[in-house]
Design a protein around this ligand. Structure first.
Ligand SMILES: [Zn+2]
Length: 441
């Protein structure tokens, strides 16, 4: 393909293509670090998180950036975003600022360093902890989600410098832990006094712009019963007889189904870029012994809502209330449940976010994607991602924009096309030049 980009941007693009080997080397060095995300909420020993952050910090410092590598204090349990304190020992966060000449906008470039487990290892055709290039694809855990994009971001900044491009605005590079688990890494960074006029997180969006995501809650609902021998007849429950809570499960599931159907059609539950409001039952648990009627049946559910549904404090608490009220009402039609109500326990709350399509970061990114003949659609991701944290808690309109593609993220033999990764580096360099402005030579 002809290089469609001209002028100074064309020079940078040419350099990025010519020196793509350096991008692949950096990606390999990042993939080689085992930064498998932790399952638990604190006790799991750190892996190579510090090592990878030092590699990134050194790269950025060699460009003259000021690096801030720190282990945040544990996130306090009284924070309503996370219920338990999460420890960061051995899991530092990195902020590195490449100072501009002044007079331009500040750009945030973000990526998470953690990856999901590479298990089952024996299913991989390559070593998941090496960046292997085969048939035009870069393989390895994190190739697209998102050590490849992280390498491309750092490489793009390096090539800007090598091409002698001086930006007016600052570039703030931020790499964080714990995106794949709890989201606390990005949150800790957002609380670090982070400032920028717009941000990009390099999630594998396939060159689309994810400007919106849904918020959500998770709940466990206990359906009360009364234990008893399974092989015996029982008196009426009012006379103290046993009650099998599994028999009450269809009633609750049916109430969930009806509410979902209502939401599917209700105008206030629709969103142009997202799937809209939904309730998904994810776990059902009951019973301790085959011959015993259980004393409780518990189900877990996720409740999801769109950015426009939040109240003035930014919370979706009223969505949660509606779910609880409607399902309680349906359950109360059963005399046992009317006098033994469902037991609700709400846990994680994630906030929805949306960046206005008129924001400069959106307009410039879309323009650049189109000039590189990439899709560049304004889109949303139903699920939460770090960009939402920066938008919500640092006040920086942040979108996710990265190479292809989400379908290869978290998979066995995760990969990214090398040409796409190179184009992504070019896109980042061009966005930085347009967003931060360039000092005329
Ligand atoms: Zn990711």
């Amino acid at each position: 393909m002809l290089n469609p980009i001209t002028g100074k941007e064309g020079t940078v693009f040419g350099l990025i293509r010519k020196r793509r080997e350096e991008l692949l080397q950096l990606a390999d060095a990042l993939i080689a670090c085992d930064t498998t995300t932790r399952r638990g909420r604190g006790e799991e020993a750190p892996r190579d998180e510090e090592k990878i952050q030092r590699i990134l910090a050194e790269q950025l410092e060699s460009m003259g950036a000021q690096a801030d590598l720190w282990e945040p204090e544990p996130i306090r349990p009284d924070n309503r975003y996370f219920k338990e304190a999460i420890d960061f020992r051995g899991r530092p966060q990195l902020l590195a600022t490449v100072k501009g000449a002044g007079g331009g906008r500040t750009l945030l470039l973000n990526g998470h360093i953690d990856v999901v487990t590479a298990e089952p290892l024996d299913k991989w055709s390559v070593d998941p902890f090496r960046g292997t290039v085969k048939d035009g694809l870069l393989y390895g855990r994190g190739a697209c989600d998102m050590k490849g994009p992280l390498a491309a971001i750092v490489f793009a900044l390096k090539m800007l410098k090598e091409a002698g491009v001086r930006l007016r605005g600052d570039v703030v590079f931020c790499s964080n832990t714990d995106e794949e688990s709890t989201g606390v890494g990005g949150y800790a960074c957002a609380l670090r006094g982070l400032y920028a006029d717009g941000g990009i997180s390099g999630e594998p969006s396939g060159f689309d712009l994810w400007v919106a995501c849904r918020g959500g809650y998770y709940a466990t609902v206990g359906i009360p019963g009364r234990a008893g021998h399974a092989e015996m007849p029982h008196r009426h429950w009012r006379a103290g007889g046993a009650v099998n809570p599994i028999d009450k499960l269809p009633l609750v599931l049916d109430a969930v189904r009806r509410l979902r159907e209502d939401w599917r059609l209700r105008p206030d539950k629709q969103h142009p870029l997202l799937s809209g409001g939904d309730i998904v039952v994810t776990m059902v648990k009951a019973g301790v012994w085959e011959a015993t009627l259980p004393s409780e049946c518990e189900l877990a559910m996720g409740v999801f809502f769109s950015p426009h549904e939040v109240d003035t404090s930014g919370s979706g608490a009223h969505v949660r209330r509606e779910v609880e009220e409607q399902i309680n009402k349906a359950a109360a039609a059963d005399p046992w449940l009317a006098s033994h109500p469902l037991r609700w326990k709400w846990s994680t709350e994630t906030y929805p976010a949306q960046v206005d399509a008129r924001e400069a970061i959106v307009e410039i990114t879309q323009q650049v994607a189109h000039e590189l003949r990439r899709a560049g659609r304004i889109a949303g991701l139903d699920s939460w991602h770090d960009a939402a944290t920066f938008t919500k808690f640092a006040g920086i309109p942040t979108i996710s924009f990265g190479p292809p593609d989400l379908e290869h993220a978290h998979t066995v033999d995760e990969s990214v096309p090398v040409d796409d990764l190179v184009d992504y580096a070019a896109a980042i360099a061009m966005i930085a030049m347009r967003f931060c402005s360039v000092v005329d030579s």
